[in-house]
Design a binder for this molecule. Structure first.
Ligand code: AMP
Length: 524
């Protein structure tokens, strides 16, 4: 297929407001792709030069892009550019890497651009920017793939969870239809979305949902990892499916030496641990995850501990449809009981409460409660897994608000939060747009507008008047705010109509709460 046909589809999608019409147009396009055009054709449709599971990147800097925009609008030759050729040329651009490759990269980019006529070129540039801007998100592409291959949505969605790449889903669905999709299963070295949980504060609700008893595990405040191993090879992905193998080599080594099984996929959490055996705050762990250089030095400085809690695949067999208890039994077997999350199965509220207190006292975040009979459902957030994490709250004053965009346009929706300082002022500690209903956003916008003291077009400053109860997960040191602190995952729990700003939490209280964190957590 010519790239011009793809560009024409993009312009059509841009003009088509309806969801169903967009899906229908995209499905028609997919049906017209030849077999070898499917992967690049779907990647382009999602605004990417390469499919998600293809590790190549273009690495074209903003300078080169700016220069590319200046190229004359005429096309070299009159042979139309095809989708396959565009994909090949993207590959050539990605390949030019290393020292002194910048000119070569630009030459290859230029050669590709010069193969396009103006209408195609505009779309090509959008792919170079990784955004097609035609209102076709991944959910709609998935529906288009289902429609084009006459498969039902459920089967298509399930395959997408296992493959984590719509280009791969399409490559199977379009030629093979629903029957081929049904055979898609969990695969080694293809990360799948982690199973998620719903928040609960009520053990009675949990016991009821889980048929009387639940499997409680410590909820560790670290980073989720998914570990795949076959023979001696190990690869590890983060919760967002970014590969982190090279950032945490000691975890890979552990998987090779301490866990039995020729091949496996395990789910777990890594936590940074201080010399006293207590977990470091989350901020410290992220320094390890982001680190690419001096990994060995960091490994000594910020040691990691692994807590495993699920086994999705073992020695060639998928376990995700097996009940939790059997998956746990397999996990306990291959680890010989080491590196496992602390766990207790109970149907008694008092026992659950005391297990929760134990977890918090050991510096962890709370508990997870898992239905003993549940299968592993990738990407699913529901009542099969609950999380119980008592949040701390502070009463903050709103001192400013940013104007919303998208769905929040017209509202003052991102609130700057502050605590009372010692000299009669307010010290900022973070921002949040979470926690209010649409109706509350509207009312808050009116209220803050009436308190306006300044407006730079984006941020409106207000007289500190409105007090809100803010839940957060951790107090972090932050150079960004003059208070010196930032609340992690701040969200509004309630509007405290009963409080005036002089009764808000103080900076001294915040400092004390920050220090208190270290009675359970380790400090550098
Ligand atoms: P949240 O990020 O607050 O939605 O909570 C879910 C996260 O808790 C998971 O994605 C894991 O990273 C983390 N977690 C910690 N301990 C466990 C555990 N025992 N089971 C499942 N998830 C856990």
């Amino acid at each position: 297929m010519d790239f011009a046909a793809f560009a024409a589809l993009c312009y059509e999608l841009e003009k088509t407001p309806g969801r169903l019409a967009k899906i229908a147009a995209a499905a028609e396009y997919l049906k017209r792709l030849d077999r070898d055009e499917i992967r690049p054709g779907v990647a382009f449709l999602s605004g990417r030069p390469f499919p998600v599971s293809d590790p190549r990147t273009l690495d074209v800097g903003p300078g080169a892009l700016a220069e590319a925009y200046e190229l004359p609008e005429t096309r070299n030759g009159d042979k139309p550019l095809t989708i396959l050729e565009a994909a090949e040329d993207f590959g050539k651009i990605a390949e030019a890497a290393g020292k002194g490759s910048r000119r070569e990269k630009f030459a290859r980019l230029r050669a590709l651009i010069e193969k396009t006529a103006p209408a195609e070129r505009r779309i090509l540039f959008r792919i170079l920017h990784n955004e097609l801007r035609v209102g076709l998100h991944d959910g709609l592409i998935l529906e288009a793939i289902a429609k084009a291959s006459a498969a039902d949505l459920k089967t298509t969605r399930r395959a997408a969870l296992f493959l984590s790449d719509l280009a791969e889903v399409a490559a199977i669905a379009l030629p093979g239809g629903a029957a081929a999709l049904e055979h898609v299963d969990i695969k080694l070295f293809v990360p799948l979305l982690p199973m998620l949980s719903e928040l609960s504060e009520d053990f009675a609700e949990i016991f009821k949902a889980h048929g009387g008893a639940t499997a409680l595990e410590y909820k560790y405040d670290g980073a989720r990892i998914q570990m795949h191993k076959q023979d001696g090879r190990v690869r590890i992905w983060s919760r967002r499916l970014t590969e982190v193998t090279d950032s945490i080599p000691e975890i890979g080594a552990l998987a090779r030496s301490e866990i039995a099984g020729d091949s496996f996929i395990l789910d777990g959490e890594v936590v940074a641990i201080g010399k006293d055996g207590r977990p470091f705050p989350f901020q410290e762990l992220m320094r390890r995850f982001r680190r690419i250089h001096c990994i060995e030095a960091a490994a000594g400085e910020i040691p990691l501990r692994l807590y495993l809690f699920d086994c999705l695949y073992l020695d060639g067999v998928s376990l995700i449809d097996e009940p939790y208890e059997q998956r746990w039994a397999k996990l306990a077997e291959i680890t010989k009981g080491n590196h496992l999350a602390e766990r207790r199965i109970t149907g008694a509220a008092a026992e659950a409460q005391s297990f929760l207190a134990e977890s918090l006292a050991a510096g962890h975040e709370g508990l997870m409660a898992k239905s003993p009979a549940s299968p592993y459902m990738p990407g699913n957030r529901g009542k099969l897994w609950f999380k119980i994490k008592p949040a701390e709250t502070l009463d903050c004053v709103i001192v400013a608000a940013d104007r919303g965009s998208g769905r929040r346009r017209g509202w003052l929706s991102n609130y700057h939060l502050a605590v009372a300082d010692a000299v009669g002022g307010f010290a900022p500690v973070g921002k949040t747009f979470k926690g209010l209903t649409d109706k509350q956003f509207g009312a808050m916008t009116e209220r803050l507008s009436a308190l306006k003291t300044g407006d730079d077009g984006y941020t409106v400053t207000v007289t500190p008047e409105v007090v809100v109860e803010v839940a957060y997960n951790e107090i972090q040191k932050s150079p960004q705010y003059s208070s010196g602190f930032a609340l992690r995952f701040a969200r509004i729990k309630r509007i405290r109509e009963d409080k005036d700003p002089r009764q808000a939490s103080t900076l001294a209280e915040l400092q004390a709460l920050y220090e208190k964190q270290f009675t359970a957590k380790s400090r550098r």
